[in-house]
Ligand binder design. Sequence first.
Ligand code: AP5
Ligand code: MG
Ligand code: ZN
Length: 221
Amino acid sequence: MEMMPVKIVLLGPPGAGKGTQAKSISNRYSIPHISTGDIFRKNISEETPLGIEAKTYIDNGQLVPDEVTINMVKDRLTWEDCKNGYLLDGFPRTVAQAEALQEFLAGRNESLDTALCIEVPSDFILERMTGRRVCLSCGASYHVKFNPPAVDGVCDLCGDNIIQRKDDVEETVKERLDVYERQTQPLIDFYKGKNLLSTVDGTKAINEVFEGICEILGSVN
Ligand code: AP5
Ligand code: MG
Ligand code: ZN
């Protein structure tokens, strides 16, 4: 088999479809899907110290402080399952996080294959977010209209109940979009400057976006 890129960062606004596409990419390339949002939500539901710290930020649509997030991801990247690569979804989200990741990789003589941005204009976002349902057990994302589960209220992948995220209400979505523009959008230039940026049109149907992604991943390595 030809060499496939294995270290991927997924960029894009809230609701772009990062989590949705990440599940398929992770399957296709057999690499772990590491979503900082999913890790935080799991910790919140288990009421761990990390979850308790992260909860107020997340519920208000703000970013969890860099130090907490960076240490959490660095730890995760040392797990055995990251040996052959990984897909980072929702990290990095600030320039400080992106720099910390570069430093971490450089220290291990590794590098990213691509930072893939799923582009979706903000007028698509609200409908995607307010109709979203998620599985807290496995992180799968659904949509009441665009991607409903086979059985109402039940995750196709693991059979657990699916729920609405607390930060998916209109007010908080607007705040998250604002935070994205101010703190995360600069990463597009950051990765462009390192010749690592690739982009895909995220407004198409879920399977078409995935095809676009596979084309890119087949060509960047
Ligand atoms: P996180 O969980 O990462 O949320 P996010 O970035 O806001 O992104 P979303 O998960 O909302 O969107 P997505 O792109 O994954 O979309 P999805 O595939 O679900 O972060 C949550 C919070 O945690 C942050 O606000 C912050 O507080 C904290 N946090 C996380 N990481 C952090 C970090 N690094 N630093 C600091 N704080 C951090 O799709 C959305 C909906 O659209 C679904 O319903 C889906 O079914 C539907 N859909 C997807 N694709 C399509 C399509 N092509 N057509 C139609 N519908 C579609
Ligand atoms: Mg997500
Ligand atoms: Zn599930």
